[in-house]
Design a protein around this ligand. Structure first.
Ligand code: NDP
Length: 394
């Protein structure tokens, strides 16, 4: 049976890798819905190649430009524009799999809509889960959606945990600890006094992974590992004490699970997101991903070390946020998105990212977030507060 796929955020790094994997497996997957924000030229190219039934752009002006190109080319593709259209993308009738690859909080509503439709949901958009935590997981349980992690570390943990038959929920029997690995990013060994002068391009130059700019900055601050820690707690229903962060600069081991009997099971591979994407698309089968095989004869030494919380204060803030609970992870995520955007636009220095988040958290009240409306409001308030903090810094 050919499964039809909706990619939320198809023009991004994950979206493009996903389309590459689909290209290698056209007998198994067809592309039905593609969405983007404003990159209409790239979405047009994807429409030409993959001929989805529906193409959606959050930006209405970009959607109008895309429609002009589609009409001119004679392609039979419906084009919709606007945030609501993106939020409803997964409600299209003919979808089996939704790939949640929008960056940031903008992915929350479209991803939740996918979950509510009880699709197979492939989650890359970690921010959505960090913001909405318990509510997100409750919706998954309520709808019976199959949630599979694309994030390479969580995918590795998922692969290393005992599987409960062919159910997506892994079981934790005999598990002692989850070992969440992280490369440490481009500034792992940089003298601390040089950090404040680093430019957005330098911070985006990750040694192992090619990714979108927001997650690249998160990797340089190690906030990415902090968000992943929170993501892992929700995905695998474990406490922060059951997870240990291990810095592994080579990104060959993508995470591990330690068992009571002393065994440690690791998932390895070249750092290429097509591997976890292919794993999730085909799960529980395996398909060709187009990834260079790991050559053990070429591997130099693999290093492992503990995280340095002084160098990476954002990681310490994420640990604090998950310990506080309530709205703290949502506020952390919102403040981080605002701070990263400010850094990318050269309004603050690299070392001020953590300061903005710390100040936003320290001026916030933490409340239980029982509804989607409360989550959206908490995100909005934290963004406003983070902008005030940035203004005060300048
Ligand atoms: P990119 O920035 O490369 O792509 C983001 C995608 O989201 C683009 O299609 C973009 O459209 C779309 N988008 C951005 N803003 C909006 C918006 N407001 N409304 C609707 N669509 C929007 O990001 P990545 O692919 O790097 O990351 C995507 C997600 O996956 C993130 O949550 C990230 O943390 C996670 N992830 C990424 C990894 C990677 O290797 N890249 C690894 C693990 C997780 P447009 O092109 O038009 O702007």
């Amino acid at each position: 049976m050919v499964e039809s796929v909706c990619i939320l955020g198809s023009t991004g790094s994950i979206g493009c890798s996903c389309l590459e994997v689909i290209s290698k497996n056209v007998d198994r997957y067809s592309v039905t819905v593609l969405t983007a924000n404003n990159n209409y030229q790239k979405l047009y190219q994807q429409c030409q190649t993959y001929q989805p039934q529906l193409a959606i752009m959050a930006c209405e002006v970009s959607a109008a430009k895309l429609k002009q190109l589609i009409d001119k080319s004679g392609l039979n593709i419906e084009v919709r524009g606007g945030v609501d259209a993106v939020n409803q993308a997964a409600e299209h009738s003919a979808i089996d799999i939704v790939v949640a690859a929008i960056v940031g909080a903008a992915g929350l509503l479209p991803t939740l809509a996918a979950v509510k439709q009880a699709h197979k949901v492939l989650l890359a958009n970690k921010e959505a889960l960090v913001m909405s935590g318990d509510l997100f997981i409750q919706e998954v349980k309520k709808s019976g959606a199959i949630l599979l992690p694309i994030d390479s570390e969580h995918n590795a943990i998922f692969q290393s945990l005992p599987q409960a038959g062919n159910k997506a929920q892994p079981n934790l029997a005999g598990v002692k600890q989850i070992l969440l690995t992280g490369s440490g990013g481009p500034f792992l060994k940089l003298p601390l006094e040089e950090l404040s002068d680093k430019t957005p391009d330098q911070a985006c130059a990750h040694p192992n992974w090619e990714m979108g700019r927001k997650i690249s900055i998160d990797s340089a601050t190690m906030m990415n590992k902090g968000l992943e820690l929170i993501e892992a707690c929700y995905l695998f229903d474990v406490s922060i004490e059951q997870i240990k962060i291990v810095v592994h600069p080579q990104s060959i081991i993508h995470s591990m699970v330690a068992y009571l009997d002393g065994s440690v099971i690791a998932q390895m591979g070249n750092p290429d997101m097509k591997t976890p994407i292919a794993h999730c698309l085909a799960w529980p089968d395996r398909i060709e991903a187009g990834v260079k095989p790991l050559d053990f004869y070429q591997l130099a030494g693999l290093e492992f070390q503990p995280p340095d919380f002084e160098r990476f204060p954002c990681l310490a803030l994420a640990v604090e946020a998950i310990k506080i609970g309530k709205s703290a992870p949502c506020i952390l995520n919102a403040a981080n998105e605002i701070a990263v955007d400010a850094f990318l636009n050269e309004k603050i220095k690299f070392t001020q990212i953590g300061l903005v988040i710390q100040q936003t958290l320290s001026r916030s009240n933490f409340e239980e977030l029982a509804s989607l409306e409360q989550i959206v409001q908490s995100d909005k308030d934290a963004r406003a507060l983070a902008l005030v903090v940035i203004q005060e810094l300048n």
